[in-house]
Design a protein. Structure first.
Lengths: 777, 263
């Protein structure tokens, strides 16, 4: 079947096609409300990742969860040890115990903890707040008590006494976001003393923040992108149908894609807002090219009926639109195939689906609709048929640019080469790094809370070591406990590790307490029976689950928690391998087994392959584009030429990242692939137009290529404006990764557009490859 | 239905204060239940964590009244590594007096005095509080306002459901409860099934006494289970070799005896 026959059939069967399109859309899009949001950081990790499985196993074993943390900070010389700050701690503790979804029995602060002191006759267990700390003397007593109680130093109370934490565990962690909001509300009335400030942090807070970010973004960004694109469409096409129909294609594409995500049970992740903007750009791009041709056909033959004009436009445009669809699908699929992160995998997969759907609707619904509408000329195209003097402003500017390019192909190629050189240098400056808190603007309270708490305590991130004995009660053995102690000392010597806690610290504290508080007894007892009895002693007043964070009830597994002040890949890639090596050497020959785990280890293990495979991912995308272009144009050289502007634009993205200090991390690792998928359209359209012009026109190559700029160039200009302005909307997002995503994709699309429009004609003139001319000079 | 419950229930709709009186009277009857002047018994304490791992500890315990005060001594017999560890406790009836508590650690060969625990603190790592252990299935009347809610069944026996609300926030915090529901078996005036809510109103734990026996004329809980609904931790407290008639020398409740222990 020829294109003409196919689109003739589409036009003949337009009503069934329109009804079918609508029904398909409604059926799929009706699934969209089922879509559920997922803003947890774990969402970015493969559920089968061994580091994640290890951490989940350890968290289940030791019942570790993600609490909400409120820090009371007072940076005055006396720190928080003053009656007002301590009264504030008491107030916050009691207030949090009343907040819905907070377990009142699992709120830990100075107001809930007891001081254990050995005396000549025995042991005093006294609540820190047994007597309200209403005097300076009592506050000072508390400072001294903490100074003599190493277990609380660095975690419950900052080592310099400038902060203390109120840690609240949740009954249901899935409701963390609402609980965070409730905590922030509850603290509005907190009786702050002079110099006191409050900070709220924790995974619940982070997830809650991201969720409200996503909601706010979705409400604002998508309509804004639609408005901007409509304006671009108006400027480009200057007709009502030119504004409305591409928007209809966007709605059909986005609704069907989101509906399909929901139907397959795929979550709406933090980055999915970026996919919606992508879809808008993709769907509009196809429409802009078809509409441009449609109006050119009307201008050429003003009296032709709707069905004829539509048929002519579709017959001319189906090929380049289909070619770009294939190459963009290749780009998105390569992204899916090379990522280790589920949200990126689905981004690539559903991005590819969106490209296909946009193509399908543009090839069926769009001509069916156009054939129903009476042809009306667009002012933007009315005088284009040959009279250069009366071209629109954009066409005139592009025509002038074209003249310059066609006169100076060597200069253009040389400029391209210089730009590639500078970009290559910039790309070398890119630093592979990732820090989750950097996903928030530095002006946000959550960012400030993280930085303040981590500066004033040992750290809120954890590198954990699980020590396992082969036998139940094996950890009562002094040699096992000494190994744990030795591991703690090693960890404490590492950069960014503020301190460590393990069951050994409790045993030593109890050993000292039953020996009249003599410092010499802050040791591990030599007798395993005494160890067991000290445990029993501690349980005399402890909760049944008192030690579950440190040791299991069979006394086979113990957890060493090292507090780390930053969860940054550049630190973790040093820390984790070092610890692993030390454990391998140090535990060899013992019957104990040590496993590295914790959020630091998980971060390291999932970011490491992302950084390492980024280059591979980009190369696979580029290879996919080369192969696809070579197949479509049936020429190896075509693949090599089409890829030049794409490769240059990617190099420029890396250069911008390198010069601007944007890290190559979780989010940024996908920019390049998406930019390839979107940017290749310009190269394919330009190459296709060059070939058509060379075949259809006569004269020198320069003369034949001259119309490229005011026609295809103009359509591409508005295509580029629609996509890059659409992505620029993301710059107004509240989520820094989306801001970077929007800016970098806009840079990539702009550079892909200019590279394709300037470099490809110049290269065509310089190389004159056979696949363009078909061997005809 | 026995006339006495009919009377309680008939009073319910009339006035809240009358219902309060009914609840209060029921709890007075519970507290009046004899529990023996002295007793010797073996406890088996089984604690089960979230993962289903159970630890079993066994003790021998003696308890004797000295006037209104009560003294208890308890020695661990199992597991072996804590064998001989002993606790001696003097509970004073005066509400203002702090209890005295001593501990003997055989591995250290030292007696250590431990400052008294809070009433709401966990007892030796179990899901029972010191208050519940000390009261032995009875209740401090002055802590709560009681309301008889309904006639019901407790563990498939006819029972009376009494709601207890702490008289003040301070008491609620001390005990760790905002509300308690006692299901009383009026045949023996013992709470057979008790539900607790924490100070924020979350369902906290359930105590059920699965088996009672009348020994030497004293109704005794021989198998008690506690489930903490928040932590999924469980405790089973079984008693056997119970003897209320045994003569227990006062010397048993002294520090030298604590040191001598199980020898």
């Amino acid at each position: 079947m020829s294109a003409s026959q196919f689109f003739g059939a589409v036009i003949r069967w337009r009503w069934p096609i329109l009804i079918l399109s609508l029904l398909c859309f409604l059926a799929i899009a009706s699934q969209a409300p089922k879509l559920s949001k997922n803003t947890r950081s774990d969402a970015f990790i493969d559920p089968q990742d061994p580091a994640l499985l290890d951490r989940d196993r350890v968290e289940a074993l030791f019942n570790i969860n993600d609490p909400i943390v409120v820090a009371v900070v007072n940076e005055a010389p006396g720190g928080i040890f003053n009656p007002q700050s301590l009264a504030l701690v008491d107030w916050i503790t009691r207030r949090l115990q009343q907040v819905d979804n907070i377990d009142p029995d699992q709120v830990t602060s100075l107001a809930t903890e007891a001081n254990i002191v050995g005396t000549e006759y025995g042991m005093e267990v006294e609540d820190f707040f047994a007597t309200a700390p209403s005097t300076a003397a009592r506050s000072e007593w508390m400072r001294n008590a903490i100074d003599n109680f190493p277990l609380y130093q660095g975690n419950l109370v900052g080592r310099e006494g400038k902060t203390t934490l109120v840690v609240a565990e949740l009954l249901d962690e899935d409701r963390a976001a609402d609980t965070y909001e409730a905590v922030v509300d509850a603290l509005q009335d907190a009786p702050l003393g002079a110099g006191d400030s409050l900070h709220v942090a924790g995974e619940g807070a982070v997830a809650g923040y991201l969720q409200s970010y996503i909601d706010n973004d979705a409400k604002r960004l998508n309509p804004l992108a639609a408005v901007i694109i409509t304006v671009v469409l108006f400027v480009a096409l200057r007709t009502l149908r030119g504004m409305l129909i591409p928007n209809l294609i966007v709605i059909l594409t986005a609704g069907s894609t989101i509906g399909a995500m929901a139907a397959f049970g795929v979550n709406f992740y933090t980055i999915t807002n970026g996919l919606i903007v992508c879809m808008i750009g993709i769907a509009v791009a196809d429409s802009v090219h078809i509409f441009s041709q449609y109006y050119e056909e009307i201008a050429l033959d003003p009296g032709a009926p709707a069905q004829v004009v539509t048929l002519r436009a579709m017959v001319k445009m189906w090929q380049p639109v289909t070619l770009t669809t294939f190459t963009t699908i290749a780009g998105f699929s390569a992204l899916s195939a090379t990522t280790t992160m589920p949200p990126v995998f689905y981004f690539g997969l559903f991005g590819a689906l969106a490209v296909f759907l946009a193509w399908l609707y543009s090839m069926t619904t769009l001509p069916a609709l156009l054939s129903l509408l009476k042809p009306k000329a667009s002012r933007a195209f009315s005088h284009q048929s040959g009279k250069a003097a009366s071209l629109s402003v954009s066409s005139r500017l592009l025509a002038r640019l074209g003249d310059w390019v066609l006169r100076r192909p060597y200069t253009v190629a040389a400029l391209g080469l210089v730009l590639a050189g500078v970009a290559g240098w910039g790309a070398f400056l890119v630093e592979a790094n990732e820090e989750r808190i950097a996903n928030f603007k530095s002006s946000e309270p959550i960012y400030h809370a993280d930085k303040t708490i981590n500066a004033l305590t040992d750290g809120t991130y954890h590198l954990d070591i699980m020590v396992e004995s082969p036998d139940p009660e094996g950890l009562y053995q002094p040699q096992a406990l000494r190994k744990i102690e030795q591991t703690q000392r090693y960890l404490e010597g590492l950069p960014h590790v503020g301190g460590t806690v393990s069951i050994v610290d409790y045993i030593k504290q109890m050993h000292k307490a039953v020996n009249e508080d003599q410092a010499a007894y802050y040791t591990i007892p030599d007798d395993p029976q005494l160890v067991a009895q000290l445990f029993l002693l501690y349980s005399a007043s402890g909760d049944p689950t008192e030690f579950e964070d440190e040791i299991d009830s069979e006394r086979r597994f113990a957890l060493i928690r090292a507090s780390v002040d930053e969860n940054k890949y550049s630190n973790n890639k040093v820390l984790v391998p070092l610890v692993q090596q030390w454990l391998d050497e140090s535990y060899a020959g013992t019957d104990l087994k040590a496993t590295v785990t914790g959020d630091i280890n998980v971060s390291y293990h999932w970011i490491n392959p992302i950084v390492n495979t980024n280059l591979m991912s980009v190369l696979v995308c580029i290879a996919a584009v080369i192969v696809m272009s070579a197949l479509l144009f049936r020429s190896g050289i075509a693949g090599a030429i089409v890829v030049v502007p794409v490769a240059l634009s990617i190099l420029l993205v890396y250069a911008v990242m390198g010069f601007a200090g944007v890290w190559l991390g979780v989010g940024t690792s996908m920019f390049a692939s998406i930019a390839i998928g979107l940017g290749v359209d310009f190269a394919v359209h330009t190459t296709h137009s060059i070939r058509t012009l060379l075949a259809e026109r006569s004269g020198s190559w320069e003369e034949r290529l001259r119309p490229l700029f005011p026609t295809t160039g103009r359509a591409q200009l508005f295509n580029f404006l629609a996509i890059s302005l659409g992505f620029s909307v993301l710059i107004t997002s509240d989520v820094p990764p989306l801001i970077k995503f929007g800016s970098l994709v806009a840079v990539a699309v702009a550079s892909a557009f200019f590279s394709a429009l300037l470099l490809l004609p110049a290269l065509a003139l310089l190389i004159k490859p056979r696949f363009l001319s078909g061997g005809v000079e | 239905m026995k006339p006495v419950y009919l009377l309680f229930l008939a009073l319910l709709p009339i006035a809240a204060s009358a219902a309060d009186d009914a609840g209060h009277d029921i709890m007075q009857k519970v507290n009046a239940r004899p529990d023996g002047e002295q007793v010797r018994r073996d406890f088996t304490i089984s604690t089960t964590d979230r993962r289903g791992v159970t630890r079993v500890e066994k003790t021998i315990a003696y308890r004797k009244y000295f006037g209104a005060d009560k003294r208890t001594v308890m020695f661990y017999t199992e597991p072996t590594n804590v064998r001989g560890t002993g606790f001696l406790t003097f509970d004073y009836s005066a509400p203002t007096a702090d209890d005295d508590q001593w501990l003997y650690l055989p591995a250290l060969r030292k007696i250590r005095r431990i400052s008294s625990s809070n009433r709401g603190d966990s007892f030796l790592g179990t899901d029972l509080s010191y208050e519940e252990i000390k009261k032995e299935n009875k209740v401090e009347i002055s802590d709560y306002r009681f309301t008889l809610l309904e006639e019901t069944t407790c563990l498939e026996r006819p029972g009376l459901l009494v709601e207890a609300i702490p008289v003040s926030d301070r008491i609620a915090e001390e005990l760790g409860y905002s509300k308690v529901h006692y299901c009383i078996d009026p045949a023996i005036w013992m709470a057979r099934h008790v539900e607790f809510w924490d100070i924020a109103g979350n369902h906290l734990k359930t105590i059920s006494i699965d088996e009672v026996q009348e020994i030497d004329g004293v109704w005794t809980s021989v198998d008690l289970q506690v489930v903490n609904h928040k932590t999924q931790h469980r405790t089973r407290l079984q008693q056997d070799n119970i003897d209320y008639s045994v003569e227990i020398d006062d010397q048993v409740f002294t520090q030298p005896y604590l040191r001598r222990g199980l020898r």
